[in-house]
Design a protein around this ligand. Structure first.
Ligand SMILES: Cc1ncc(COP(=O)(O)O)c(C=O)c1O
Length: 387
């Protein structure tokens, strides 16, 4: 038996009954881009993310570029972001015409390190991107005063953190403006590409919507040069149905993570992920650190376990960015992590049996098999009544 990295078919199955009639009605109505379903989802997601406004976009990268441009980031500006993130975070900065400034991450959480931000900030800094990586929130409350001192603001990259909370605040409501992705594999995923910007500021929301609609609010009146990036009704319907289950699905991800924690913590060679104090993690990814990572990943693959690496090449070593204007601080933590990190499968519909298969395979890779009662222990530990 094999264990996939995620199971999107199971998610769709759970929402099928709600989605299909709404899809049929939307397709019959001809409201494909924008329209009542998109407007309804924007209201639902704004409420969920604790923000006054939500603007649906075509994907997360466009959402981030739109958010950056809306706050005035452009040529001549510097934007600080962690070197350990998906390349899209930097793409959005470069596409907005600004200069990415790459800084290192915290050793325990692998999230952007406020001390590194402080050291890298300067008079050209316009924004600091708090990337909420792997499903937990970066310390926005520490980043905001640093940014403010330099006349900059915090922009959240909330692509991996739908529903995550920190010190009472929810992902997407903590910075001046936030961008998220609804790529199918995210905690809240569409049936294709999708994204959104959330903010409390009506003028920023207006600007993002205008930028993502060819720089125009009224047909053929183009205020600025924008681009085309809008959420469509099909995605809005799927997202609306899945949003109702997101809290439950995030709780199921947390249960998987707690079983991994309990059944792996005695392996001295495996560094388990750390949840920062004050954070409620939503486990988009469960990222361990192991020595001899390629061998361990191969052992897991041979046992039928899918894994991932998020991310194998730090941004300052990416050939795609080599030609871009960029400022890079020393990133020893990011560099060391890149060769050790390994993402284990974690998804809401994972069975107890699948969790144990992953644990068993990882333990076997270090010659430390599990006890015979492991499946019963896993079922007792995770407490959701999984098969
Ligand atoms: C941290 C991060 N930022 C930005 C993005 C970009 O989102 P999208 O793929 O929807 O453009 C992603 C996901 O792909 C991501 O993981």
């Amino acid at each position: 038996m094999s264990v996939p990295f995620t199971d999107l078919a199971a998610q769709q199955h759970e929402v099928d009954e709600e989605v299909m009639p709404r899809l049929r009605a939307a397709l019959a109505s001809g409201a494909f881009i924008g329209g009542p379903e998109v407007e309804a989802f924007e209201r639902e997601y704004a409420a969920y993310a604790g923000s006054d406004h939500c603007v649906g976009m075509g994907n997360g990268t466009d959402a981030l570029e739109g958010a950056l441009r809306a706050i005035g980031v452009g040529p001549g500006a510097e934007v600080i972001l962690p070197a350990n993130t998906f390349i899209a975070t930097a793409e959005a900065v470069v596409r907005a015409g600004a200069t990415p400034v790459l800084v290192d991450v915290d050793e325990r959480t692998l999230l952007i390190d406020p001390a590194a931000v402080e050291a890298a900030a300067g008079p050209l800094t316009r924004a600091v991107i708090a990337v909420h990586l792997y499903g937990q929130l970066a310390p926005v409350e520490l980043l905001t005063p640093i940014a403010r001192r330099f006349g900059a603001v915090v922009v959240e990259d909330a692509a991996q953190s739908h529903g995550a909370r920190r010190l009472g605040g929810v992902s997407g409501s903590l910075g001046r403006i936030a961008a998220t992705s609804f790529y199918p594999g995210k905690n809240l995923g569409a049936a294709g590409d999708g994204g959104a910007v959330t903010t409390d500021d009506p003028e920023l929301a207006r600007r993002v919507r205008m930028i993502g609609s060819h720089g125009s609010e009224r047909k053929y009146e183009h205020e600025v040069l924008g681009f085309n990036s809008r959420l469509d009704a099909v995605q809005a319907i799927v997202l609306s149905a899945k949003l109702k289950r997101l809290e439950d699905w995030n709780a199921r991800r947390r249960a998987v993570a707690s079983v991994y924690d309990a059944l792996l913590h005695d392996l001295e060679d495996v560094v388990l992920p750390v949840t920062a104090e004050g954070n409620e993690h939503v486990w988009h990814l469960y990222v361990v650190r192991v020595p001899d990572r390629e061998r361990v990943a191969a052992d897991l693959a041979a046992a039928g376990i899918s894994t991932g690496i998020h991310y194998p090449v730090p941004l300052h070593r990416s050939p795609a960015l080599a030609g871009s204007l960029m400022r890079v601080s020393d990133c020893p933590v990011t560099d060391a992590a890149a060769s050790e990190i390994l993402s284990l499968p974690v998804f809401p519909h994972m069975t107890a049996h699948q969790i144990v298969l992953v644990v068993e395979a990882l333990r076997m890779a270090f010659g430390r098999p599990l006890g015979a009662d492991s499946l019963d222990r896993a079922r007792a530990l995770e407490g959701t009544g999984r098969p």
